[in-house]
Design a protein around this ligand. Sequence first.
Ligand code: SAH
Ligand code: SF4
Ligand code: F3S
Length: 433
Amino acid sequence: MKIFIETYGCQMNVADSELVSTILQDNKFQITKNVKEADVIIFNTCSVRQNAEDRVMGRISNEMSRKSKQNLKIGVIGCMAQRLQDKLHEMNKEIDFVVGVDQYKQIPEIIENLFEKNTTFQEATLVNNDEIYKDLYPHRGGELNAFVTIMRGCNNFCSYCIVPHTRGRERSRPLNDILKEVEIAGKNGFKDVTLLGQNVNSYFFEGTNFAQLLRNINNIKTIERVRFVTSHPKDLSDEVISAMAECNKVCEHLHLAMQSGDNDILAKMNRGYTAEHYLNIVKKLRKAMPEIAITTDIIAGFPGETEEQFQKTYDLMEKVEFDYAFTFKYSPRKGTKAAEFTNQIDENVRLERLQRLIKLQESITLKKYKEQIGKIKDIYVEKISKKSDLEVAGKSRDFKITVFEGDKSLIGQFVKVKIIDAVGWTLKGKIIK
Ligand code: SAH
Ligand code: SF4
Ligand code: F3S
């Protein structure tokens, strides 16, 4: 039986899809990359903004037309499954099963029931704040970056955010499981590893904190590079900054969500830091690692955000000069605190503010990328370039996609490349012999 998995949302979901693939393969199911030959389509979904949910519901409608011609089953897993549970089946009767984020081990049995016992709708959405998928090591395929989950859930309850409601409480994975998974990934050729969690800085397992975890991972011989997402400005300690600077495999790259540049808004978001604190961390990071690339997330139009408060976000973005920023229009999520605030901002205002942020960041990103011209960078070659068979693409330590002349024999190698141009968010280079 062939299963196709379509993934939405953050890297946690990308990693979870690999986990689910592994669970299925261990139970004699086949994973296919061709949706047309699938007997089961699983949508691994995201609830973070309304449009993420709308997109998936649209995709399910597209695929379900085939159900009249073949015995196709459709499943929804991930954050939407956790949030909406059996309501999903009410929204679309063609959904055959719904499985929440802590119940993935049940998927094989659920699929068997649907096909062999001809059961109708199946649901497994129980929250289990202990589930950490211990002893499961994903079979990886495709791209040469490995995503390794180090913790699940989140305890922060930022007032706009659905994640703590869908992912449950924070729990850290055992240190030895993580070390083993990283080592295996490296042995299988995945030299660039990204550690995943909603707030990796608060990793803590039997006396080992995040900085110590980084130092442990730095000693693993099979890998060359380590990154991690996501960090929280309230928990990014000096100890972590020192570990980053001292560990040669930890890349000069940090994603640090700022969300807003206004202290009142930050407080209403329940973020637990001020704009001054954020700027201070940026300064420390750049002092410890002058070449560090810093990327961020920003929300425009949080409830009650005045034009002046928005301007503070704009000004702080201008001041920090992020290498890249993911900017979002605030989207009210039912069940979160901010959705109950009565001073919601008009949709058009949110959109207009978002557009100003996008425009600002475009010019900063271009400037940052142009500054790379003339530099020599270590590139981890990941694939043949999308645009030309004569070129390959890879990433620098500071997470910049770099394209240059080369063939597939370079894939998986580290090469030195001189940067000759910057086009949008891509660097162009020339390999140095
Ligand atoms: N744990 C990560 C964020 C996960 S969600 C962190 O704290 O950095 C990714 C991003 O989506 C958030 O950083 C935030 O900028 C954005 N986001 C979350 N909820 C949102 C909402 N309701 N509306 C708009 N953007 C939102
Ligand atoms: Fe959401 Fe905040 Fe947790 Fe990030 S830290 S997942 S933004 S609640
Ligand atoms: Fe989305 Fe869930 Fe990730 S809501 S951002 S897939 S944790």
